[in-house]
Structure formats: structure tokens, C-alpha cells
Design a protein around this ligand. Sequence first.
Ligand code: M6R
Length: 594
Amino acid sequence: MCGIVGYIGNKDAREIILNGLEKLEYRGYDSAGITLRNNTADTFNVYKDKGRIAHLKSIVDYSYDSGLGIGHTRWATHGIPNYANSHPHYSKDSRFFIVHNGVIENYKELIATYLQGSVFASDTDTEVIAHLIERFSAKMSVSEAIRKTMSLLEGSYALAIIDRDNPHKMYAAKNKSPLLIGLSDHGIIVASDVMACVGYAKEYIPLDDKSFVEVDGASYKIKDIIGKPMEHDVKEIDIDASNIEKGEYAHFMLKEINEQPGVIRNILQRYFKDGKVTLNGPIKEALQETDRIYIIAAGTSMNAGFVGKQIFEKMANIPTEVHIASEFAYNMPLLTKNPLFIFISQSGETADLRAVLVNIKAKGYRSLTITNVKTSTLAREADHFVEIMAGPEIAVASTKAYTAQIAILGILAYGLSDGHINLYKELSRVAISMENIIDKREYIESLVKDYLTKRNCFYIGRGIDYYTCLEASLKLKEISYIQTEGFAAGELKHGTIALIEDNTPVIAIISQRDISKNTRSNLYEVKSRGAHTLVISTKSVHDQDDQIIVDDVHELFSPMLTVIPSQLIAYYAALARGNDIDKPRNLAKSVTVE
Ligand code: M6R
């Protein structure tokens, strides 16, 4: 989704902002732009357009020094991706330049009330903010004008603002969209993601909702909307720059698929001591005291949540429901007396989840976030959080976060289980077996060439395999653009089987012993109607014709293995089609709007 990087200081703002924006590319965007101050001429120049940062770099002027600027990557919401709608936007007299992440829900009302007759250069909700600040600043200080504007905005915003008439200052404001300031001895960065600061700042301050920042040269003040100083924490940036490079791999996705065994071993190291889980007491208490877990998530994280439901119910005996965050936020079911909300989110920034968190916190319910980003909003705002230790996940298609999330769900349940599963041993075996599958990637690539030749594809499975099918199909559709659906194998004959024709690819996942025969029957049903079938099975239930056979592990953790061939299938299908694998069309890594 949209990204913000602003800089004021004595280094080259152009370099810091463009490099920072490149580090945010993985989040997904369709346009990019930058406003830079020419230090010598004291003028401001705007460069922006539809397209990639590489294009932006080709239109920026490098002939002058610049110590102040703001940059943006835009993921279109209001108005198509084009020059006019790209950020930065500016006010009527080009005094204020702004970049914005989020959505202003009442921008039309604001135009009607305060800006009638104004002419706008774009179709965006953002431009209104620049016009309002300019209008209010005629009668009050710039800080007051920005805070007055903040008080009128409904919706979400992370803003970086420059005032042409005061080139020693930069402003920022935040509500519901992530924003932070990076601190260094050469200057101050404003960014929507700490990743943008890596290499340029050692510390940062995550901003709270409704905060306003005034940066004056090398100093900064953080205030609330009425101008009262706000407390804040300074945190260390501990991201290793080499973790956000592709290294020897052609794509981040392939790198991240390959990293999975290592991630599982990191998790074991972090959360086990002498074979016992080392979870902090309050988390264990929250799990012990609840009468029902409500897992709230989206996309891949929700698919991990479905596996988590099985794990909590079967290992720890806790009734568990899984809900789509965007549905739950505005249509809450009847809850039990003592619910525990578990938010699963790779990024920890998904707006749909945050809407639920805010809501349930207001009702006094307990919350736990499982995330890959310990500094994220959902980690900060929930009562407890557990880090999945997957390391930065850059490819939009989530892979290592999914398997890490399942491992963590297992660890949470294990603390309450009767110990009949030796989880440490089980997850260690998973890590080794993951390596065995990844070693066969060239074979999987050859299968893909043969099988995925059509515009559509189906994954079928039963029980826990059905949940893996949901994840497998999401992966394939999001990067190959092949229309893929995951179905409960037994449900096919109730309608979907009508779609099967000659050579329709159908991939079955079979790992559950008690129901493997039933899935095989469903496989024969589609085969006899012309489907081109492929089977991913485990050793104990395999048939000699199955194409991909993975090791046996405890059934509850089999998705961590059976999903890997499906990740590779998606990767190679997208590669064969020449798609932009790490940045698939229309998608964003971190979905910060509802
Ligand atoms: O950061 P989150 O885990 O909250 O993100 C949720 C989904 O947007 C995400 O899993 C999405 O479905 C991925 N692109 C799937 O690969």
C-alpha cells in the first residue's frame, strides 16, 4: 500500500527518500512522486508520475543539492493512477506540499463546508488537506492550521508536510495509518515503515494516533491535536540490511520459501528451553482463562488461523472460531462470557484487523497479536503479542509467515496440552522435511509446465487439507493470475464439479489418514470427467501414482509441509507467465486501508 518517506537534514534528501521508497516498493503501489527543495535557489520542485520508482528516478533532476523533501508511493483509492493523482499534492498557491497514506472519508463534506469554489488538480481526497491547511494558515500559525485540519478529518491519515515559506521545517501527522520518525545524527526522517530508515537511522519513534510532529532543523516536538506534548518511546532499529536484499535469488518469494526451515529452527530456539515452551505467564493465563478463542485475520494469515482452530481445539481443548476481520468489524457475532481475541497478521498493520482491535478493546476484552513485526500497530496495541520470528517478508505473496504462524499457534496451544505430542520433535522434523521438499523444486517446476496450462485450476482436500487448499489456491491466484479455488473435496459434487472439463487442472492435497480414501474417491470423480489431476500426499497415505510425496509429521502440522509444494507451484506458474512475482498486480503487502 502507499508509502511515505520525508527527510530534513544535512545529507542528500533525494538519495535518502528515493532509497527509502525503494525499500517500501514491496508494499505494492502504482505511482510514485517526490518534492525536493533546491537548497541554493530556495525553490521546491515536484516530480511524480504513474509507474515504478525506477521511472521516478529517471525524471528527477540531480543537478542541485537538497536537504529537505517528501516522497510517496501511491496505491490508488480515489482516482486512477496518473500524473495528477500521484502525490505529492499541493495547495492552491503551491505553499504546502503533502503526501498522504489513508482515506479521508469526509473529504466531500469538507469541500462543501470550507472550500467551495476551489479548483482541484486531482481526483484525490488528499488534495483537500493541502487546501485546508493553506486556508487556515491565513489566520493562525502553520502548526495550528495543521492541527485544526486534523481535527476536521474523518478517516485515516499519515501525513508528511512541507511549507514553502519555512524551509527549515517539516511536519507530520498520524491517525490510524502507520507513521514514525527516524532519528540520526545527520537529520530526521518521517516514514510509514521502519524499513525505509534502514541504513540511515539507528533509532525511531512510532507515533500514536492523533499525533502531530513539528520538526525544526535537528529537533522535533510531538504533540496531540490540541498542542499538548505527547509522551513517546525511542526504539532501536534492529533490522539487518542484508535481510532485505534478494541475495543470490531471482525473487524474494523464492528466497522466502527457502528460508522456511531456518525460520522454524529460529522459532524453536526462541520459544523452547529444555523441551519446554517458554511463553510469558500472562499469555498462558489468558489462554487458560478464556472459554473461547476468536481468531481475527485476513488472507494468508486467516488460512493459518483455520489450522490454528484445529490446533487449539485438538491440542488444548479450547473452542475456537476464525473470522474474516473485515466482516467481524461491523457484524460481530454473539460472544461467550470470556473471549480471547487472537489477531494474526504478518505485517501487524492490516486496517481491517485494527478496526476489530479498537472495537473489542473498547468493550474490555483481552487481545493477543501474533505478528512478524514487533514494532507494528497491532503488536503495540494488543494486551499481548508473540513474534513469529520469520524475518522481513518482502514478497507480497506470503510464504514463510504462514508456516511460522502455524508453528506459533502450535506453541501457544502446547503450553495447555497434555503433552501427548512432542512439539519440539515434531517441529524439528517439519524443518528437515521442508528442506527435502525444497530440494525437489526443479521437479516441481517441470510438473507446473505440464499441468498449469489452463486459465483455471482447483485445489481439493478434506479436513485440515481443505485449509491448506485455501492457502494454496490464494497463492496461485495472486501471483499467476490463474483463476484458482480451494474446495472441500466432498462439496464438489454439490455444484462445482459442473466446471470440470477436459484437462481442467485439479490438485488434491491428501495427508489425513482417516479421510484420505474419501478424497481419493472425489479425485476419481473429477478424473473421470476429464480433469488433469495432480496429488500432493504424505508418505503414509500415498498412492504410487501420486506426483508429490512429503514426509509424515503429526497431522495438525502437515499443512506446514503440504503447503510448500503449492508455494513452489505458484512461484513457477507465475515465472512461466513472466509475471512480476514479488509485486503482483493490484496487490499490496500491507493493507492499511479498510
Ligand atoms: O499482514 P497481514 O498478515 O495482516 O496481511 C493479510 C493479507 O493481506 C495477506 O495475507 C495477503 O492475503 C497476502 N498477500 C497473501 O499472500
